[in-house]
Design a protein around this ligand. Structure first.
Ligand code: ZN
Length: 117
């Protein structure tokens, strides 16, 4: 059956750029440093994000806004509650692990460890 457009075929297809008419082959499109599926025009550089990854892109942009969070004591440990927007944007699987370090006296860096696929 010719021309049957599955999501997989759609994402590997080259499109004509809506801005300049140039060719847009599949390409990684970076939002906040995170690679998403999409297309980049070879002529003008216009980028389109895959519909399937659009929700991830929106979650990343929402998580970029600073939010208040709670720092509390639990037994001998200190607990930090992550905002829902950050958890969603990271796609965290819980329980999980991360690595924490101090960047400066006011900034904590948490690197999330992703489960190997
Ligand atoms: Zn273009």
């Amino acid at each position: 059956m010719r021309g049957r457009l599955t999501a997989k075929r759609l994402e590997t297809a080259t499109f004509i750029c809506t801005e300049c008419g140039g060719r847009s082959p599949p390409s990684k499109v970076y939002v906040e440093g995170v690679p998403l599926r999409g297309w980049r025009c070879r002529k003008c550089g216009y980028e389109t994000i895959s519909q399937r990854d659009m929700e991830n892109a929106l979650a990343l942009l929402q998580a970029r806004k600073e939010e208040r969070m709670r720092i509390a004591k639990r037994g001998n440990s200190v607990m930090i509650t992550l905002p829902r927007t950050v958890v969603k944007a990271l796609g965290l699987k819980l329980p999980g692990w991360g690595d924490v370090s101090l960047a400066d006296p006011e900034t904590i860096i948490i690197k999330v460890r992703r489960a190997k696929a």
